[in-house]
Ligand binder design. Structure first.
Ligand code: RUQ
Ligand code: CUA
Length: 663
């Protein structure tokens, strides 16, 4: 026991020491070394104990979503979403390959950004996590029963899918907004004719309340600005959605200069309820489109791709009273709404002040028609008429804000590397704490909902430099955990992340853990190539294709000797794990197969292919140490020359599997 304790405390103490020494930018930590013991206790989860919260942290350019425990910062799982993952066989097995299909073909990796948990009555409910792919625009839905990606839908007419994937208060919609203005629909045209000719697509995906399945209900064809981030309203403002915009200049080149000309850009306020009613009553226009909709079937254990051919497009001009622009300083990034729904916070990354709008003032201004002209027909509300106030000189480079349940906001500052806590009502700064370094997003479990669960805050940092042992030119990006239950924020822990942790979503563990799947019922398995007992295993030749219906159970495969395969064949291993116990996967790998080494869960059937190039007797084996006889879990396939006449035979213990039972 002691051996486990000692190094732990040593590490925690060292990291706090480093913090108080200051890094290369000579930051001061708010904590003294004296607190280190206290901080260590607060994050210590004893062996065998569970964390109190799950944190789902975006993998950024890894394309995945990782699952951590809080407060320990322990990594539990990487859920493959937009990228192939050899650990899970995702994107390699025949069954999962369709999940990565798009209108551009099979795309083996993506850029994941903003996870958001489904909500009921404005609270995170632990049913699904949604996450956006930024590069080839897509939204994914992940089940929090299986911790697997169940659905991915491509977003047409969109590019740089960044103001995504945020969920309304009762999971009516998940939103996908384009970052880049593009021709809508795409067409061949000169780039320098962009202004007035490109558009920004904001897509609203309806979520099936029971199963979570998504479909694009409508796409709003907005002016050709960049739409950076978004947030649904809460409570009073829950019928509305807010999107930050930049490049309202509609510049097409040297953007770092040309898209920063306007003193203010906008937050677009959209009454999505109105738009939803409008389309329910037959509004909008069906337009041709081409996008992939990939769905995983948990009983058939496989994904299918459907290419969708049209999308319903809505023109803002056709729905008066549903679209407004709120002037917001300057090139705002984060767009955040507090739990009451009254305050809309725009983080102007190039401005000295942060703009806070008032929802009730917005409604009044709309009633009074307090407008300063329009942009492409959408009324621009007068700044004074909608602004609640500004937070002056809070820090440099504000990016994102989350909230606690006590009326406080927490904003990250990328340039000055800090998290600032401020009171929303009186716009007073309460506390500031350095982070190491260059923080992007932050997350409080439920901190973007009506009901923040506000013990912890996780800051996600882009640059780590001296915080960990060096590992070559790249140091992992990192997360830092704070206790925010008191007046002052207390830094508790540093932990590394997978890829770039853009956003994260957190939730109390008890909302998820008891319904987590333990296995897949063999009885429910409808996979067309399933062998649900050893007696059902077989090997069938169809021309050049050989289909092996194989089973696995501790500690053998059935069949485990196969002959009659020839060079030039395409061999399909359809492998069913017969186990019906929690946490007993088996793996399989075949020498020379390039989609091999699949890990197969209890009750599941998974397929890989093998095209043997050389004659011989070739072994396959289990890749997951599953029992004391795991090393014995192996078999042979005999491969004969292409012109051989050897018939297919297959055995286990020198009998056809199941033959004994039949006698
Ligand atoms: S965005 S910080 Cu997708 Cu702010 Cu990354
Ligand atoms: Cu099955 Cu190792």
């Amino acid at each position: 026991m002691k051996l486990i304790f000692k190094p732990f405390f040593a590490i925690a103490a060292v990291s706090l020491l480093l913090a108080s020494c200051g890094g290369p930018t000579t930051k001061k930590s708010g904590n003294s070394g004296a607190l280190s013991g206290n901080a260590a206790e607060k994050v210590y989860v004893a062996p065998g104990e569970h964390d109190s919260h799950y944190a789902f942290i975006s993998g950024g350019f890894s394309g995945q979503l990782s699952v951590y425990g809080l407060p320990s910062g322990r990594l539990f799982r990487v859920i493959p979403v937009f990228s192939q993952d050899p650990e899970k066989g995702y994107g390699y097995s025949e069954e999962t390959k369709p999940m990565l299909m798009t209108s551009h073909g099979f795309i083996p990796w993506g850029d994941s950004h903003h996870p958001d948990i489904s909500q009921t009555n404005g609270s995170v409910d632990g049913r699904w996590v949604f996450i956006n792919e930024n590069n080839t625009p897509r939204i994914a839905r992940i089940s929090l029963e299986t911790f697997e990606t169940e659905e991915i839908i491509e977003i047409p007419n969109s590019a740089g899918n960044h103001s995504s994937s945020y969920v309304t208060e009762n999971s009516e919609y998940v939103v996908a907004g384009t970052r880049f203005a593009v021709p809508f629909p795409q067409r061949d045209m000169p780039i320098n004719e962009m202004k007035g000719n490109f558009s920004g697509a904001l897509s609203f995906l309806k979520i099936d309340p029971e199963h979570g399945n998504m479909n694009i209900d409508f796409q709003i064809k907005m002016p050709g600005f960049n739409y950076d981030k978004a947030h649904p309203g809460r409570n009073a403002s829950s019928d509305w959605f807010f999107f930050t915009t930049y490049n309202t200049e509609e510049a097409h080149t040297l953007m770092e200069v040309n898209s920063s000309q306007n003193d203010k850009d906008y937050i677009a306020a959209i009454n999505w309820k109105k738009v939803s009613e409008y389309v329910a009553n037959g509004g909008g226009e069906m337009q041709a489109a081409n996008y992939a909709h990939n769905t995983w079937d948990n009983d058939a254990h496989q994904a299918t791709t459907v290419m969708e051919k049209e999308v319903l497009v809505v023109n803002p001009m056709d729905i008066p009273g549903a679209f407004y622009f709120l002037p917001t300083a300057k090139s705002p990034h984060g767009c955040d709404v507090d739990p009451s729904g009254e305050y809309i916070v725009g983080s102007g990354k190039l401005a000295a002040t942060m703009t806070i709008h008032s929802f009730s003032k917005m409604l009044k201004a709309i009633e009074d028609k307090a407008f300063d002209g329009d942009a492409y027909g959408i009324p621009i509300i007068n700044f004074e008429a909608v602004s609640y106030g500004t937070l002056d000189q809070p820090g440099l480079g504000p990016l994102h804000t989350e909230f606690d349940s006590r009326g406080n906001a927490y904003t990250t500052f990328f340039i000055s590397s800090e998290v600032v806590k401020w009171n929303i009502k009186d716009l007073k700064i309460i506390d500031r704490h350095s982070v190491y370094y260059s923080v992007g997003h932050l997350m409080i479990p439920g901190g973007n909902s009506r009901t923040p669960d506000d013990k912890y805050l996780v800051a996600m940092n882009k640059i780590t430099k001296d915080r960990y042992l060096p590992t070559g030119p790249e140091v992992c990006q990192s997360a830092q955990l704070f206790d925010i239950s008191g007046e002052k924020m207390e830094l508790l822990l540093d932990f590394p992340t997978i890829g770039e942790p853009h956003y994260a979503a957190g939730i109390a563990a008890e909302k998820i853990k008891d319904k987590s799947a333990k296995l897949f019922n063999l009885e429910d398995n409808t996979h067309p190539y399933a062998a649900k007992s050893e007696a059902e295993s077989k090997v069938v030749r169809k021309g050049n294709e050989v289909h092996i219906y194989m089973t696995m159970i501790r500690s053998h495969f059935a069949p485990d000797n196969i002959e009659g395969v020839k060079v030039g064949d395409k061999v399909f291993f359809h492998v069913t794990n017969l186990e019906q116990d929690y946490d007993v996967p088996h793996g399989i790998s075949m020498i020379g197969a390039n989609t091999s080494e699949l890990l197969i869960m209890p009750g599941r059937t998974t397929t890989f292919t093998w095209e043997p190039k050389q004659v011989g007797v070739w072994p396959f084996y289990c890749t997951d140490f599953c029992s004391a006889l795991h090393q014995e879990m192996q078999g042979y396939v005999r491969v004969s020359p292409a012109n051989s006449n050897l018939p297919i035979t297959y055995t286990l213990d020198d009998e056809v599997p199941g033959a004994e039972e039949e006698l």
